[in-house]
Write a protein that binds this ligand. Structure first.
Ligand code: PLP
Length: 414
């Protein structure tokens, strides 16, 4: 099929939940993508912050191919070495004691909210034990208090957590939620980085507070340390689980392995997905032992999650991204990118935000014409809201790629 036939076939057969530009990609190499006409594009979108090692990374592709020749899928009914080794890597290099794998960011947040709910219902049992001493029914220690009112979830304005019913319920934008109600009840939205508002919303009925340390989709907004530290204290006080959604900002994107490392705060649960397997679908829910203790066999599961192929790929990504020199390059190149954007001579940029290689450029006007113009000149970028450009290149880029991207943007803005 030629490009036009592919576009027409998709238009006829694919459910139209996306608007795609008239370009068909055939292959990639490092930070570049190529369309069917052979035109080269510098990829500063990386499949929405996914392809951490760029396209067709040799070590990654060889590992995937070798594993595909050995064993791809098993289900979670059996053990495999790549699964065990990925869990070990994630736990030994983070705050967590346990990890559960799934297939996407939305699914990871779905799991996180379920675990927080069950843990909170168990914790209510513990509280009653403390109050009632020896009189407490022993069943409170072993099973959740099903009548518990400790089910409230606090989420934040601008937050994005996914499109499944649970994760969607905690996603802020009404246009994503409203057509699909009724959603999961008990979610309260509070202004981001507003600790007083959070303090007014979080109470003893709260089971979870879910927050992105750097909001991605909501406009590339980093949290303040005071805000995240305050949330930690409020969660301790009210015995609620603090969930950091690091689906977009985790695993090196901000220049540190985990976003939370910038703020001196650790969560009770952290969710990961996008870059973890370098382009193959995976999600992960990392938790403390206290929360893991509430989850029993049969509470949660997935047919596809964490098969040997996807875990083997993720082990390759993790080993590369977690190298100190790799992380330093992200921090350095990200700072250089922000500096180049901040010093562009144009009236059209209002603000440059972000951390590491997750950069938002707030513009005076809607960004969709600029995204199309950049694409025509061979640069792929995406939006984060109507007036914000989102730059999320592969984590392997250097200053030369930044110079090329900023040069194209400058040409589009002049
Ligand atoms: N959480 C955050 C912070 C995200 O940015 C996204 C996707 O953009 C999700 C969750 C949902 O992830 P997925 O699209 O893999 O379900």
């Amino acid at each position: 099929m030629n490009a036009q036939e592919i576009i027409q076939t998709e238009a006829k057969y694919v459910l139209q939940s996306y608007v795609r530009p008239e370009v068909v990609f055939s292959h990639g190499d490092g930070a570049y993508l190529y369309d069917t006409e052979g035109k080269q594009y510098l990829d500063f979108a990386s499949g929405i912050a996914v392809t951490a090692l760029g396209h067709a990374d040799k070590e990654w592709a060889t590992a995937v191919s070798e594993q595909a020749h050995k064993l791809t899928h098993l289900s979670n009914l059996y053990h495999s070495e790549p699964h065990a080794m990925l869990a070990k890597r994630l736990v030994e290099n983070s705050f967590a004691d346990r990890v559960l794998f799934c297939n996407s960011g939305a699914e990871a947040n779905e799991g996180a909210l379920k675990f927080a709910r069950k843990w909170a219902k168990m914790a209510i049992g513990d509280q009653r034990l403390e109050i009632e001493g020896d009189q407490a029914p022993i069943s409170n220690l072993q099973s959740p208090n099903l009548a518990s009112s400790k089910t409230k979830i606090v989420a934040f304005n601008g937050g994005f957590h996914g499109r499944t019913m649970g994760s969607l319920s905690a996603t802020y934008k009404a246009q994503y939620r409203d057509p699909f109600g009724p959603l999961v009840p008990g979610v309260l939205f509070v202004p981001y980085n507003d600790l007083d508002a959070a303090a007014a919303a979080i109470d003893d009925d709260t089971c979870a507070v879910i927050v992105e340390p750097v909001q991605g989709e909501g406009g590339v907004n980093p949290a303040t340390a005071v805000f995240l530290q305050g949330l930690r204290e409020l969660c301790n006080k009210h015995r609620a689980a603090l969930i950091f959604d690091e689906v977009q900002c985790g695993l090196g994107r901000t220049g540190k392995l985990w976003g939370y490392q910038h703020f001196g705060v650790t969560p009770d649960i952290m969710t990961l997905a996008k870059p973890l397997a370098g382009g193959l679908p995976i999600g992960a829910v990392l938790t403390t032992q206290a929360i893991a203790d509430a989850i029993k066999p049969g509470d949660h599961g997935s047919t596809f999650a964490a098969g040997p192929l996807v875990c083997h790929a993720a082990n390759v990504v993790f080993d590369r991204v977690s190298q100190p020199a790799f992380l330093d390059n992200i921090a350095h190149t990200g700072a250089y990118l922000r500096h180049r954007l901040e010093t562009l001579e144009t009236e059209q940029i209002v603000e440059v935000r972000g951390m590491g290689l997750l950069v938002g450029v707030e513009m005076k006007t809607a960004v969709s014409p600029l995204i199309a113009a950049a694409r025509n000149k061979g640069l792929l970028i995406i939006s984060a809201g109507e007036t914000t450009l989102r730059l999320a290149p592969p984590l392997i880029i250097g200053e030369a790629h930044v110079n090329e991207a900023v040069g194209i943007l400058e040409a589009c803005l002049s």
